[in-house]
Design a protein around this ligand. Sequence first.
Ligand code: DAH
Length: 343
Amino acid sequence: MENLLTQINNLKDEINNFSSNDENIAEVFRIKFIGSNGSVKSLMAEMKNVAPENKREMGKELNDLKLLAENKWEELKKTTDNRHPTSGSTIDLSLPGNSLPIGSRHPISIVRNKIVSIFQRLGFAVAEGPEIEDDWHNFTALNLPENHPARDMQDTFYVSQDPAWMLRTHTSSVQVREMEKGKLPIRIICPGRVYRNETISARAHCFFHQVEGLYIADDVSFADLKQTLYFFVKEMFGDDFKVRFRPSYFPFTEPSAEMDISCLICGGKGCNVCKHTGWVEILGCGMVHPNVLENCGIDSKKYSGFAFGMGIERITMLKYQIKDLRIFSENDVRFLKQFESAV
Ligand code: DAH
């Protein structure tokens, strides 16, 4: 028994004095002391030779030894684990990566998509046409024959080699193209870019965007037009504003009207955007002129329809309280980034 106790104490000293932060040496410790052929196990095997009256005391000594060896092993594992957090690799996988900057949609695209989705819910399909147009589709078919004074309302960029061609001044040309296809009824909206020879200012640019609408069927009335547009402005801007229709003139509609909403920027009190009137014009509209229907091969006695056209820039300015439309085409990322969350 003396002999066994001495061996236990010697092992305890050896374990207490052991230290290393090398994982290979730690493994040698494990094999030597607590492995299945290690010293602790072999001393435990000696228990069968211990006299019964000493078994209790010796059992306790051996148990202490076992715990001591196991605790030391845990300690060694920890020091070696800290040195090699990624098990031998020198790459720290917990570091954040390099993020790729993500762009955002342009506010004009956001609002165009919203306008399209509102009218799609009413059954309107999207139609598109060319940006370089001929005189017939941009003017003549729309009841604007050559020398008609209303052509001056829209300062046109003509193609210098052949002035029969021009950059379209409005999306109304797409109406003509769709009516000429001869498939009725027609219920379309036509978003697109248009061009005018205008002086660039806070309210006007030489290119901008419009959405045209056209509905032609058996029995379309002005009441249908009003309800459609009421629905649109409500969906677009909510309930907190007033709407009014004003009689107006367009060669391609009769009667014609313009739709105004109370200024969302000053709440109707008067500001630069509404020119201190409290009202902002948002679109032109009317019942399609019989001449236009006939020009496009549609029987004006049998069919009637309404049309409207709006500038997307104007709607976007009101929706996001933007006071100068030049900023839309300046590519200033500080401005564009503000629309990251609006999809
Ligand atoms: N084309 C007109 C413009 O650019 C807008 C417009 C007004 C379109 C009345 C229409 C309409 O279809 O009925 O100013």
